[in-house]
Design a protein around this ligand. Structure first.
Ligand code: GTP
Ligand code: MG
Length: 512
Protein backbone atom coordinates (compact mmCIF):
# COMPACT_ATOMS: atom_id res chain seq x y z
CA UNK A 1 0.00 0.00 0.00
CA UNK A 2 2.67 2.45 1.11
CA UNK A 3 4.73 1.87 -1.98
CA UNK A 4 1.83 2.44 -4.32
CA UNK A 5 0.99 5.76 -2.72
CA UNK A 6 4.61 6.96 -2.67
CA UNK A 7 5.08 6.02 -6.31
CA UNK A 8 2.17 8.25 -7.03
CA UNK A 9 3.62 10.90 -4.75
CA UNK A 10 6.87 10.89 -6.71
CA UNK A 11 5.32 11.33 -10.13
CA UNK A 12 2.81 13.82 -8.81
CA UNK A 13 5.68 15.82 -7.30
CA UNK A 14 7.54 16.06 -10.62
CA UNK A 15 4.31 17.01 -12.34
CA UNK A 16 3.53 19.58 -9.62
CA UNK A 17 6.92 21.28 -10.05
CA UNK A 18 6.36 21.60 -13.75
CA UNK A 19 2.80 22.76 -13.22
CA UNK A 20 3.92 25.38 -10.67
CA UNK A 21 6.49 26.75 -13.12
CA UNK A 22 3.89 26.92 -15.83
CA UNK A 23 1.32 28.59 -13.54
CA UNK A 24 3.95 31.15 -12.55
CA UNK A 25 4.47 32.10 -16.20
CA UNK A 26 0.78 32.98 -16.44
CA UNK A 27 0.80 35.00 -13.21
CA UNK A 28 1.35 38.63 -12.29
CA UNK A 29 2.18 40.24 -8.95
CA UNK A 30 0.25 43.42 -8.19
CA UNK A 31 0.77 45.97 -5.43
CA UNK A 32 -2.71 47.18 -4.39
CA UNK A 33 -3.99 49.92 -2.12
CA UNK A 34 -4.23 48.72 1.47
CA UNK A 35 -7.26 46.50 2.16
CA UNK A 36 -8.48 46.41 -1.44
CA UNK A 37 -11.05 43.64 -1.73
CA UNK A 38 -10.12 40.65 -3.86
CA UNK A 39 -13.51 40.96 -5.53
CA UNK A 40 -12.63 44.41 -6.88
CA UNK A 41 -9.25 43.22 -8.15
CA UNK A 42 -10.87 40.25 -9.86
CA UNK A 43 -13.58 42.36 -11.43
CA UNK A 44 -11.04 44.81 -12.87
CA UNK A 45 -8.54 42.22 -14.11
CA UNK A 46 -11.01 39.74 -15.54
CA UNK A 47 -11.51 42.09 -18.49
CA UNK A 48 -8.19 40.58 -19.73
CA UNK A 49 -9.38 36.99 -19.50
CA UNK A 50 -10.32 34.19 -17.11
CA UNK A 51 -8.54 34.10 -13.78
CA UNK A 52 -7.65 30.72 -12.27
CA UNK A 53 -6.47 31.88 -8.89
CA UNK A 54 -6.07 35.11 -6.96
CA UNK A 55 -4.88 35.67 -3.40
CA UNK A 56 -3.60 38.61 -1.43
CA UNK A 57 -0.97 39.02 1.29
CA UNK A 58 0.85 41.78 3.13
CA UNK A 59 4.54 42.52 2.50
CA UNK A 60 5.61 46.15 2.10
CA UNK A 61 1.94 46.88 1.45
CA UNK A 62 -0.79 44.69 0.08
CA UNK A 63 -0.02 42.46 -2.89
CA UNK A 64 -2.12 40.20 -5.04
CA UNK A 65 -0.92 37.14 -6.96
CA UNK A 66 -3.16 36.68 -9.98
CA UNK A 67 -2.93 33.60 -12.18
CA UNK A 68 -4.65 33.89 -15.54
CA UNK A 69 -5.93 30.88 -17.46
CA UNK A 70 -4.06 31.96 -20.57
CA UNK A 71 -0.75 33.59 -21.42
CA UNK A 72 -2.59 35.92 -23.81
CA UNK A 73 -4.37 37.53 -20.86
CA UNK A 74 -1.02 38.45 -19.34
CA UNK A 75 0.08 40.01 -22.64
CA UNK A 76 -3.20 41.93 -22.83
CA UNK A 77 -2.77 43.18 -19.26
CA UNK A 78 0.83 44.25 -19.91
CA UNK A 79 -0.19 46.00 -23.14
CA UNK A 80 -2.84 47.98 -21.31
CA UNK A 81 -0.58 49.06 -18.43
CA UNK A 82 0.79 52.59 -18.19
CA UNK A 83 4.25 53.91 -17.42
CA UNK A 84 4.59 55.67 -14.06
CA UNK A 85 5.19 59.39 -14.41
CA UNK A 86 7.08 61.38 -11.86
CA UNK A 87 8.57 64.76 -12.49
CA UNK A 88 11.30 64.38 -9.91
CA UNK A 89 12.64 60.93 -10.78
CA UNK A 90 13.63 59.10 -13.91
CA UNK A 91 12.36 55.59 -14.57
CA UNK A 92 14.45 52.62 -15.65
CA UNK A 93 12.49 51.50 -18.72
CA UNK A 94 12.24 47.81 -17.83
CA UNK A 95 8.72 46.36 -17.89
CA UNK A 96 7.98 43.34 -15.75
CA UNK A 97 5.01 41.40 -14.39
CA UNK A 98 5.32 43.26 -11.09
CA UNK A 99 2.78 46.06 -11.27
CA UNK A 100 0.89 48.63 -9.22
CA UNK A 101 -2.88 49.01 -9.16
CA UNK A 102 -3.86 52.69 -9.12
CA UNK A 103 -7.16 54.51 -8.90
CA UNK A 104 -8.83 52.59 -6.08
CA UNK A 105 -9.46 54.27 -2.77
CA UNK A 106 -8.44 52.45 0.39
CA UNK A 107 -11.19 50.58 2.18
CA UNK A 108 -11.51 51.17 5.89
CA UNK A 109 -13.73 48.15 6.42
CA UNK A 110 -11.68 45.59 8.41
CA UNK A 111 -13.37 42.62 6.77
CA UNK A 112 -12.06 43.36 3.32
CA UNK A 113 -8.59 42.00 4.10
CA UNK A 114 -9.73 38.90 5.97
CA UNK A 115 -8.68 36.67 3.09
CA UNK A 116 -5.12 37.98 3.15
CA UNK A 117 -2.79 34.98 3.36
CA UNK A 118 -0.01 35.16 5.93
CA UNK A 119 3.44 34.41 4.46
CA UNK A 120 5.26 34.05 7.77
CA UNK A 121 4.94 31.61 10.65
CA UNK A 122 2.99 32.29 13.81
CA UNK A 123 5.15 33.74 16.63
CA UNK A 124 6.93 31.18 18.80
CA UNK A 125 4.84 32.05 21.89
CA UNK A 126 1.65 31.36 19.96
CA UNK A 127 3.12 28.07 18.74
CA UNK A 128 4.01 27.09 22.31
CA UNK A 129 0.42 27.74 23.39
CA UNK A 130 -0.95 25.77 20.47
CA UNK A 131 1.32 22.80 21.21
CA UNK A 132 0.42 22.87 24.89
CA UNK A 133 -3.19 22.13 23.98
CA UNK A 134 -2.30 18.92 22.17
CA UNK A 135 -2.76 15.60 23.89
CA UNK A 136 0.40 13.74 22.98
CA UNK A 137 3.94 14.53 21.93
CA UNK A 138 3.22 12.87 18.59
CA UNK A 139 0.30 15.23 18.09
CA UNK A 140 2.47 18.20 19.09
CA UNK A 141 5.04 17.30 16.48
CA UNK A 142 2.38 16.95 13.79
CA UNK A 143 0.81 20.24 14.84
CA UNK A 144 4.20 22.01 14.66
CA UNK A 145 4.78 20.70 11.16
CA UNK A 146 1.35 21.86 10.04
CA UNK A 147 1.85 25.33 11.53
CA UNK A 148 5.29 25.83 9.96
CA UNK A 149 5.23 24.15 6.55
CA UNK A 150 4.89 26.16 3.36
CA UNK A 151 1.35 26.86 2.26
CA UNK A 152 0.02 26.39 -1.25
CA UNK A 153 0.01 30.20 -1.67
CA UNK A 154 3.55 30.64 -0.41
CA UNK A 155 4.78 27.96 -2.74
CA UNK A 156 3.08 29.66 -5.71
CA UNK A 157 4.66 32.96 -4.75
CA UNK A 158 8.12 31.33 -4.70
CA UNK A 159 7.67 30.01 -8.23
CA UNK A 160 6.36 33.40 -9.36
CA UNK A 161 9.45 35.20 -8.04
CA UNK A 162 11.64 32.68 -9.92
CA UNK A 163 9.63 33.34 -13.05
CA UNK A 164 10.01 37.14 -12.66
CA UNK A 165 13.76 36.64 -12.27
CA UNK A 166 13.83 34.44 -15.33
CA UNK A 167 12.44 37.32 -17.37
CA UNK A 168 15.49 39.37 -16.38
CA UNK A 169 18.00 36.57 -17.03
CA UNK A 170 16.30 35.80 -20.35
CA UNK A 171 17.49 39.16 -21.69
CA UNK A 172 20.89 37.45 -22.03
CA UNK A 173 19.89 33.80 -22.13
CA UNK A 174 16.43 33.42 -23.69
CA UNK A 175 16.39 29.65 -23.14
CA UNK A 176 17.33 29.69 -19.48
CA UNK A 177 15.02 28.73 -16.67
CA UNK A 178 15.16 29.59 -12.99
CA UNK A 179 14.06 26.87 -10.62
CA UNK A 180 13.61 26.97 -6.87
CA UNK A 181 15.68 24.48 -4.86
CA UNK A 182 16.58 23.98 -1.19
CA UNK A 183 13.84 24.19 1.39
CA UNK A 184 11.41 25.91 -1.01
CA UNK A 185 10.90 22.52 -2.69
CA UNK A 186 12.61 19.80 -0.64
CA UNK A 187 9.60 19.32 1.65
CA UNK A 188 11.29 20.83 4.73
CA UNK A 189 10.59 24.51 4.03
CA UNK A 190 9.21 26.68 6.77
CA UNK A 191 7.18 29.81 6.03
CA UNK A 192 9.67 32.66 5.84
CA UNK A 193 12.64 30.53 4.72
CA UNK A 194 14.94 31.95 2.07
CA UNK A 195 14.35 31.35 -1.64
CA UNK A 196 17.21 29.43 -3.25
CA UNK A 197 17.15 29.75 -7.02
CA UNK A 198 19.00 27.73 -9.60
CA UNK A 199 19.84 29.33 -12.92
CA UNK A 200 19.44 26.43 -15.32
CA UNK A 201 21.43 26.87 -18.53
CA UNK A 202 21.80 23.17 -19.24
CA UNK A 203 19.74 23.52 -22.42
CA UNK A 204 22.43 25.78 -23.90
CA UNK A 205 25.58 24.71 -22.07
CA UNK A 206 26.00 21.64 -24.24
CA UNK A 207 26.26 19.45 -21.17
CA UNK A 208 23.18 17.43 -22.00
CA UNK A 209 23.32 17.60 -25.77
CA UNK A 210 23.73 14.51 -27.89
CA UNK A 211 25.78 15.31 -30.98
CA UNK A 212 24.88 13.64 -34.28
CA UNK A 213 27.55 11.14 -35.31
CA UNK A 214 27.96 11.91 -39.00
CA UNK A 215 26.87 14.18 -41.84
CA UNK A 216 27.04 17.92 -42.20
CA UNK A 217 26.20 19.87 -39.06
CA UNK A 218 26.36 23.41 -37.85
CA UNK A 219 27.37 24.46 -34.41
CA UNK A 220 27.34 27.76 -32.60
CA UNK A 221 30.54 29.69 -32.17
CA UNK A 222 30.99 30.33 -28.51
CA UNK A 223 33.51 32.21 -26.49
CA UNK A 224 35.80 29.89 -24.53
CA UNK A 225 36.68 30.20 -20.89
CA UNK A 226 39.29 28.46 -18.76
CA UNK A 227 36.91 26.92 -16.24
CA UNK A 228 33.26 26.14 -15.55
CA UNK A 229 33.54 28.19 -12.40
CA UNK A 230 34.79 31.17 -14.40
CA UNK A 231 31.78 30.89 -16.74
CA UNK A 232 29.39 30.76 -13.78
CA UNK A 233 31.07 33.78 -12.23
CA UNK A 234 30.78 35.89 -15.36
CA UNK A 235 27.15 34.89 -15.94
CA UNK A 236 26.22 35.70 -12.35
CA UNK A 237 28.10 39.00 -12.61
CA UNK A 238 25.95 40.27 -15.47
CA UNK A 239 22.69 38.86 -14.14
CA UNK A 240 23.47 40.24 -10.68
CA UNK A 241 24.12 43.63 -12.25
CA UNK A 242 20.84 43.46 -14.18
CA UNK A 243 18.88 42.51 -11.08
CA UNK A 244 20.51 45.38 -9.22
CA UNK A 245 20.02 48.02 -11.92
CA UNK A 246 16.74 46.99 -13.50
CA UNK A 247 14.88 44.52 -11.28
CA UNK A 248 11.88 46.24 -9.67
CA UNK A 249 11.55 45.32 -6.01
CA UNK A 250 15.03 43.77 -5.85
CA UNK A 251 17.17 45.51 -3.24
CA UNK A 252 20.46 44.95 -1.42
CA UNK A 253 22.02 42.99 -4.28
CA UNK A 254 25.34 41.37 -3.34
CA UNK A 255 27.47 39.40 -5.76
CA UNK A 256 29.27 36.76 -3.73
CA UNK A 257 31.33 35.34 -6.56
CA UNK A 258 34.39 34.06 -4.76
CA UNK A 259 32.45 31.68 -2.51
CA UNK A 260 32.91 27.95 -3.16
CA UNK A 261 29.53 28.15 -4.79
CA UNK A 262 29.26 31.63 -6.43
CA UNK A 263 25.90 33.34 -5.86
CA UNK A 264 23.93 36.56 -6.13
CA UNK A 265 22.04 37.46 -2.97
CA UNK A 266 19.26 40.04 -2.73
CA UNK A 267 15.96 40.81 -1.07
CA UNK A 268 12.81 40.71 -3.15
CA UNK A 269 10.66 43.20 -1.29
CA UNK A 270 7.23 42.58 -2.83
CA UNK A 271 7.36 38.92 -1.77
CA UNK A 272 9.43 39.45 1.36
CA UNK A 273 11.85 36.69 0.27
CA UNK A 274 15.57 36.72 0.84
CA UNK A 275 16.89 35.28 -2.42
CA UNK A 276 20.06 33.40 -3.37
CA UNK A 277 20.64 32.84 -7.08
CA UNK A 278 23.25 30.19 -7.97
CA UNK A 279 24.12 27.85 -10.80
CA UNK A 280 25.02 24.82 -8.71
CA UNK A 281 23.72 21.59 -10.18
CA UNK A 282 24.83 19.46 -7.25
CA UNK A 283 22.73 21.49 -4.79
CA UNK A 284 19.70 20.86 -7.03
CA UNK A 285 20.38 17.15 -6.85
CA UNK A 286 20.67 17.28 -3.06
CA UNK A 287 17.25 18.95 -2.91
CA UNK A 288 15.80 16.07 -4.93
CA UNK A 289 17.40 13.56 -2.58
CA UNK A 290 16.06 15.32 0.53
CA UNK A 291 12.61 15.45 -1.05
CA UNK A 292 12.75 11.72 -1.71
CA UNK A 293 13.74 10.95 1.88
CA UNK A 294 10.95 13.20 3.17
CA UNK A 295 8.39 11.34 1.09
CA UNK A 296 9.53 7.86 2.08
CA UNK A 297 8.16 8.09 5.61
CA UNK A 298 6.14 10.91 7.27
CA UNK A 299 8.31 10.67 10.40
CA UNK A 300 11.21 12.14 8.40
CA UNK A 301 9.45 15.44 7.76
CA UNK A 302 7.99 15.61 11.25
CA UNK A 303 11.37 15.14 12.89
CA UNK A 304 13.17 17.53 10.55
CA UNK A 305 10.59 20.27 11.13
CA UNK A 306 10.72 19.79 14.88
CA UNK A 307 14.50 19.73 15.11
CA UNK A 308 14.82 22.78 12.85
CA UNK A 309 12.27 24.71 14.90
CA UNK A 310 13.93 23.67 18.19
CA UNK A 311 17.34 24.69 16.82
CA UNK A 312 16.08 28.11 15.76
CA UNK A 313 14.39 28.70 19.12
CA UNK A 314 17.73 28.18 20.89
CA UNK A 315 19.97 30.00 18.44
CA UNK A 316 21.63 26.77 17.27
CA UNK A 317 20.83 28.01 13.74
CA UNK A 318 20.68 31.63 12.65
CA UNK A 319 19.69 33.64 9.61
CA UNK A 320 23.11 35.32 9.76
CA UNK A 321 25.97 33.29 8.25
CA UNK A 322 28.56 32.28 10.81
CA UNK A 323 29.93 29.39 12.85
CA UNK A 324 26.44 28.01 13.50
CA UNK A 325 25.05 24.68 12.40
CA UNK A 326 22.88 25.18 9.28
CA UNK A 327 19.42 23.80 8.66
CA UNK A 328 20.89 21.70 5.89
CA UNK A 329 23.40 20.08 8.28
CA UNK A 330 20.63 19.46 10.82
CA UNK A 331 18.53 17.77 8.16
CA UNK A 332 21.39 15.44 7.27
CA UNK A 333 21.85 14.69 10.98
CA UNK A 334 18.19 13.69 11.27
CA UNK A 335 18.47 11.44 8.19
CA UNK A 336 21.60 9.81 9.58
CA UNK A 337 19.88 9.17 12.91
CA UNK A 338 16.86 7.58 11.16
CA UNK A 339 19.12 5.37 9.04
CA UNK A 340 20.67 4.07 12.25
CA UNK A 341 17.44 2.93 13.94
CA UNK A 342 16.94 -0.83 14.10
CA UNK A 343 15.17 -1.70 11.90
CA UNK A 344 16.22 1.37 9.92
CA UNK A 345 13.53 3.88 8.97
CA UNK A 346 15.17 5.09 5.77
CA UNK A 347 17.79 3.46 3.54
CA UNK A 348 21.37 4.62 3.07
CA UNK A 349 22.33 6.68 0.03
CA UNK A 350 24.59 3.87 -1.18
CA UNK A 351 21.54 1.61 -1.17
CA UNK A 352 19.52 4.17 -3.16
CA UNK A 353 22.41 4.38 -5.64
CA UNK A 354 22.55 0.60 -6.02
CA UNK A 355 18.82 0.50 -6.77
CA UNK A 356 19.13 3.05 -9.59
CA UNK A 357 18.97 1.97 -13.23
CA UNK A 358 22.25 1.57 -15.11
CA UNK A 359 22.74 5.10 -16.47
CA UNK A 360 24.61 7.18 -13.97
CA UNK A 361 24.02 10.80 -13.07
CA UNK A 362 27.45 12.39 -12.90
CA UNK A 363 27.56 16.12 -12.20
CA UNK A 364 30.86 17.99 -12.22
CA UNK A 365 32.67 14.70 -11.70
CA UNK A 366 30.51 13.65 -8.74
CA UNK A 367 28.40 10.52 -8.79
CA UNK A 368 24.93 11.80 -7.93
CA UNK A 369 23.08 8.63 -8.91
CA UNK A 370 20.15 7.49 -6.81
CA UNK A 371 16.88 5.74 -7.52
CA UNK A 372 13.89 7.99 -8.21
CA UNK A 373 11.34 5.24 -8.63
CA UNK A 374 9.76 4.70 -5.24
CA UNK A 375 8.57 1.25 -6.31
CA UNK A 376 12.11 -0.07 -6.13
CA UNK A 377 12.63 1.05 -2.53
CA UNK A 378 11.75 -1.59 0.04
CA UNK A 379 11.42 -0.08 3.50
CA UNK A 380 11.94 -2.05 6.69
CA UNK A 381 9.12 -2.46 9.13
CA UNK A 382 9.89 0.08 11.85
CA UNK A 383 6.88 1.18 13.89
CA UNK A 384 8.50 3.58 16.35
CA UNK A 385 6.40 6.59 17.32
CA UNK A 386 7.60 10.16 17.34
CA UNK A 387 9.19 9.37 20.72
CA UNK A 388 12.03 9.23 18.22
CA UNK A 389 12.54 12.90 19.02
CA UNK A 390 13.80 12.03 22.48
CA UNK A 391 15.99 9.31 20.97
CA UNK A 392 17.38 11.85 18.52
CA UNK A 393 18.47 14.12 21.35
CA UNK A 394 19.97 11.21 23.27
CA UNK A 395 21.79 10.00 20.18
CA UNK A 396 23.53 13.32 19.57
CA UNK A 397 24.01 14.04 23.28
CA UNK A 398 26.44 11.11 23.34
CA UNK A 399 27.72 11.01 19.75
CA UNK A 400 31.53 10.75 19.42
CA UNK A 401 31.87 14.00 17.48
CA UNK A 402 35.59 14.23 18.22
CA UNK A 403 36.39 11.04 16.30
CA UNK A 404 33.47 10.30 14.03
CA UNK A 405 31.97 11.71 10.88
CA UNK A 406 28.27 11.64 9.98
CA UNK A 407 27.79 9.86 6.69
CA UNK A 408 24.39 9.22 5.08
CA UNK A 409 26.01 7.34 2.18
CA UNK A 410 26.98 4.54 4.50
CA UNK A 411 24.40 5.15 7.24
CA UNK A 412 27.17 4.49 9.74
CA UNK A 413 29.58 6.82 11.45
CA UNK A 414 33.01 6.87 9.80
CA UNK A 415 36.38 7.94 11.12
CA UNK A 416 36.86 11.66 10.60
CA UNK A 417 38.99 12.31 7.53
CA UNK A 418 40.06 15.78 8.74
CA UNK A 419 40.14 17.92 11.85
CA UNK A 420 36.91 19.84 12.31
CA UNK A 421 34.68 19.98 15.39
CA UNK A 422 31.71 18.67 13.38
CA UNK A 423 32.17 16.54 10.30
CA UNK A 424 29.19 15.75 8.07
CA UNK A 425 30.13 14.32 4.72
CA UNK A 426 28.56 16.04 1.73
CA UNK A 427 26.37 13.29 0.22
CA UNK A 428 27.54 13.90 -3.36
CA UNK A 429 30.80 15.81 -3.13
CA UNK A 430 32.13 13.27 -0.70
CA UNK A 431 35.46 14.97 -0.05
CA UNK A 432 33.63 17.96 1.45
CA UNK A 433 32.34 18.61 4.93
CA UNK A 434 28.99 20.43 4.90
CA UNK A 435 29.53 21.68 8.46
CA UNK A 436 33.05 22.96 8.00
CA UNK A 437 31.95 26.35 9.30
CA UNK A 438 30.88 25.05 12.72
CA UNK A 439 33.24 25.86 15.61
CA UNK A 440 33.78 23.96 18.86
CA UNK A 441 31.67 26.34 20.95
CA UNK A 442 28.63 25.94 18.70
CA UNK A 443 28.97 22.17 18.71
CA UNK A 444 29.24 22.12 22.51
CA UNK A 445 26.07 24.21 22.79
CA UNK A 446 24.28 21.83 20.45
CA UNK A 447 25.34 18.82 22.51
CA UNK A 448 24.38 20.53 25.78
CA UNK A 449 20.97 21.43 24.37
CA UNK A 450 20.47 17.84 23.20
CA UNK A 451 21.25 16.57 26.71
CA UNK A 452 18.90 19.09 28.30
CA UNK A 453 16.12 18.42 25.80
CA UNK A 454 16.34 14.63 26.14
CA UNK A 455 16.08 15.06 29.88
CA UNK A 456 13.11 17.44 29.60
CA UNK A 457 11.25 15.09 27.29
CA UNK A 458 11.77 12.20 29.69
CA UNK A 459 10.23 14.37 32.45
CA UNK A 460 7.29 15.11 30.18
CA UNK A 461 6.17 11.50 30.41
CA UNK A 462 4.89 12.40 33.85
CA UNK A 463 3.53 15.82 32.98
CA UNK A 464 0.55 15.09 30.75
CA UNK A 465 -1.64 18.21 30.27
CA UNK A 466 -4.44 18.97 32.66
CA UNK A 467 -6.47 21.06 30.19
CA UNK A 468 -7.89 24.46 31.08
CA UNK A 469 -8.01 27.73 29.19
CA UNK A 470 -4.29 28.49 29.24
CA UNK A 471 -2.65 25.10 29.44
CA UNK A 472 0.77 24.76 31.01
CA UNK A 473 3.51 24.17 28.44
CA UNK A 474 4.43 20.51 28.38
CA UNK A 475 6.28 18.03 26.18
CA UNK A 476 7.58 19.61 22.99
CA UNK A 477 6.31 23.05 24.10
CA UNK A 478 8.76 23.12 27.02
CA UNK A 479 11.61 22.36 24.62
CA UNK A 480 10.89 25.58 22.77
CA UNK A 481 11.09 27.70 25.93
CA UNK A 482 14.49 29.15 26.80
CA UNK A 483 16.71 26.42 28.25
CA UNK A 484 19.56 26.88 30.69
CA UNK A 485 22.29 24.87 29.08
CA UNK A 486 25.11 26.31 31.15
CA UNK A 487 24.20 24.06 34.08
CA UNK A 488 23.75 20.86 32.13
CA UNK A 489 26.51 19.06 33.96
CA UNK A 490 24.79 19.55 37.32
CA UNK A 491 21.66 17.76 36.15
CA UNK A 492 21.61 15.46 39.21
CA UNK A 493 20.98 18.46 41.41
CA UNK A 494 18.07 19.62 39.32
CA UNK A 495 16.49 16.20 39.30
CA UNK A 496 15.55 16.73 42.92
CA UNK A 497 13.53 19.79 42.00
CA UNK A 498 9.85 18.95 41.39
CA UNK A 499 8.79 19.16 37.73
CA UNK A 500 6.17 21.81 38.55
CA UNK A 501 8.93 24.11 39.88
CA UNK A 502 10.92 23.74 36.70
CA UNK A 503 7.91 24.50 34.53
CA UNK A 504 7.18 27.54 36.69
CA UNK A 505 10.75 28.71 36.16
CA UNK A 506 10.50 28.16 32.44
CA UNK A 507 7.25 30.11 32.29
CA UNK A 508 8.88 32.98 34.17
CA UNK A 509 11.74 33.04 31.69
CA UNK A 510 9.25 33.11 28.83
CA UNK A 511 7.49 36.11 30.37
CA UNK A 512 10.82 37.89 30.77
P1 GTP B 1 16.79 27.00 4.92
O1 GTP B 1 17.02 27.94 3.80
O2 GTP B 1 17.65 27.31 6.11
O3 GTP B 1 15.37 26.79 5.26
O4 GTP B 1 17.29 25.53 4.45
P2 GTP B 1 17.86 25.04 3.05
O5 GTP B 1 17.78 23.55 3.05
O6 GTP B 1 17.21 25.76 1.93
O7 GTP B 1 19.37 25.44 3.18
P3 GTP B 1 20.23 26.56 2.44
O8 GTP B 1 19.37 27.69 1.98
O9 GTP B 1 21.37 26.87 3.35
O10 GTP B 1 20.82 25.78 1.21
C1 GTP B 1 20.03 25.47 0.09
C2 GTP B 1 20.40 24.13 -0.45
O11 GTP B 1 21.76 24.17 -0.88
C3 GTP B 1 20.32 22.97 0.54
O12 GTP B 1 19.04 22.42 0.65
C4 GTP B 1 21.30 22.01 -0.06
O13 GTP B 1 20.70 21.35 -1.15
C5 GTP B 1 22.37 22.94 -0.60
N1 GTP B 1 23.43 23.17 0.39
C6 GTP B 1 23.39 23.86 1.54
N2 GTP B 1 24.56 23.85 2.17
C7 GTP B 1 25.39 23.14 1.41
C8 GTP B 1 26.75 22.77 1.51
O14 GTP B 1 27.47 23.08 2.47
N3 GTP B 1 27.25 22.05 0.48
C9 GTP B 1 26.49 21.71 -0.59
N4 GTP B 1 27.02 21.03 -1.59
N5 GTP B 1 25.21 22.03 -0.71
C10 GTP B 1 24.66 22.72 0.26
MG1 MG C 1 17.32 27.84 1.77
Amino acid sequence: MRQKSTTMASSIAAHRLHQRQEQAERSVLINCPHKTSEKKILKFLSSHGDINKCFTYESYGMHAVVEFASQDSVSSLLDGAGIPSNNHESMVPYKSRLMTLRGLTEVTNQQSSKLSHPQTTIPINELIQRLSQEESIDQQIISLTEAYQLTEENSRLRFLVCSLLKDIAAAYFPECSIKPFGSSVNGFGKLGCDLDMFLDLDGISGRNLKMPKSGLTLEYQMKRATSERGVTQSILTVIGECVDQFGPGCVGVQKILNARCPLVRFAHQPSGFQCDLTANNVAMKISELLYLYGQLDPRVRHLVFTVRCWARAHGVTSSIPGAWITNFSLTVMVLFFLQGRRPSIIPTLDHLRDLAPADKSVIEGNDCTFVCDFDRIQLQNNTETLKLLCEFFEFYATFAFSKKSINIRKGKEQNKPEVAPLHIQNPFETALNVSKNVNGTQLERFVALCQESAWLLQQSDNTVPKGGRTPTPWGLATLLLPLQVAGVKSRKKRKREPASERIKGLLESLKN
